[in-house]
Design a protein around this ligand. Structure first.
Ligand code: ZN
Length: 351
């Protein structure tokens, strides 16, 4: 398994390195195929995300783009990338959260001090999300992934979300051996979802790919407008695609406590990255109580504390919607929790 992961990582890093001429890497194939369409890899410092076909502007080069050295362990760790954001969101979703943000800013003036006196914010009406886990492996690496890991993954979701009144229950697990789907490149990711997706728009489908393409840890869809009773064929792409080595007990250094699924599920519930927009100005993630953050986090930089914007007390490195390592994640903010509650009711409850 490690060899397969390394092959994926090396394949990706050689593509990244191709943008840096002074480095002595083999020039890779400059084209890739997404949804049946062949596209060139971007040049200069931009790399195309193989999952979405969109450029990853902050994926600069080998040394600070794909990997970093974690000072806590002195080990080389992958950079978390998932490329979910405004560019992958539907117009309906963006209009909804922009309005929520605007209304909240109007009503929230003066309430911050009072809020800080309350314990961790919970959703007003606790809710439970049915989860279908799909473990997709190649024909030679299937033995590395077990039902116990799937069960532990649900445990990791509940550990993260239960304090906020949100629970997850495992409704079913499937195990599929398919060498193409295990990578999820090109059209095979959609093919896998079309074949495996189960339940309604209110059911979370997590696809764990043993060799997820593009060096990604995971990606996910944001909520979008679906009418009650609409057939699943209309929304079969809904769900999260995650590297299976991030499940608890997996082999992904820095990310094997199941928190990648917690992060991706945050997107599924409607949250953007805390560094959305990569800027110290503007509306960022459209959440009022997360500080402005102009750069995503690697590892867990708390000594000294990472601070990418001058007018904040520091970056939200412990927030599940940053790119920190698993052990660093511990929190959602009050407004993120309230946003999840509103969007759950609007988009997914009762579907
Ligand atoms: Zn993400």
């Amino acid at each position: 398994m490690k060899d397969l992961v390394m092959v994926a990582i090396l394949a990706f890093s050689s593509i990244v390195a191709a943008a840096v001429p002074h480095k002595n890497f083999t020039t890779p194939d400059r084209n890739f195929t997404l949804h049946g369409v062949t596209k060139p890899w971007a040049n200069d410092t931009h790399v195309i995300n193989r999952l979405t076909g969109k450029p990853m502007k902050h994926f600069v080069n080998w040394s600070n783009g794909t990997h970093f050295t974690d000072p806590a362990t002195n080990r080389t760790v992958k950079h978390f990338d998932c490329d979910v954001g405004q560019s992958t969101a539907s117009g309906h979703f963006m209009a909804t959260i922009k309005k929520l943000h605007k209304d909240h800013k109007r009503s929230a003036i003066g309430s911050r001090a009072a809020k800080s006196l309350v314990d961790r914010s919970r959703v007003t009406r606790p809710f439970q999300v049915p989860v279908y886990i799909h473990v997709i492996t190649g024909t030679t690496d299937a033995a590395g992934f077990t039902q116990q890991m799937a069960n532990s993954q649900i445990g990791a979701l509940n550990e993260a979300y239960n304090p906020y009144g949100i629970a997850f229950s495992l409704s079913g697990t499937t195990f599929t051996q398919n060498d193409d789907w295990a990578v999820g490149d090109g059209t095979s990711m959609d093919d896998a979802k079309k074949a495996l997706r189960t339940g309604t728009y209110g059911s979370l489908n997590l696809y764990f790919h043993s060799q997820l393409s593009g060096g990604a840890l995971g990606t996910c869809t944001l909520p979008s407008q679906v009418q009650a009773g609409m057939p699943q064929s209309m929304y079969y792409t809904d769900g999260c695609n995650i590297n299976a080595n991030t499940m608890p007990g997996g082999t992904m250094t820095g990310y094997n406590l199941g928190k990648t699924a917690v992060h991706e599920t945050g997107h599924w519930l409607g949250l953007l990255h805390t560094f959305e927009g990569y800027s110290c100005s503007g509306d960022g993630d459209l959440i009022a109580d997360t500080p402005a953050e102009s750069a995503s986090t690697n590892g867990c930089p708390i000594n000294p504390w990472k601070k990418s914007c001058p007018d904040t007390e520091g970056d939200p490195v412990h927030n599940y919607m940053d790119y920190s390592t698993d052990a660093c994640y511990s929190t959602f903010t009050d407004d993120q929790v309230q946003r999840i509650a509103v969007l759950w009711t609007q988009y997914r409850a009762g579907m």
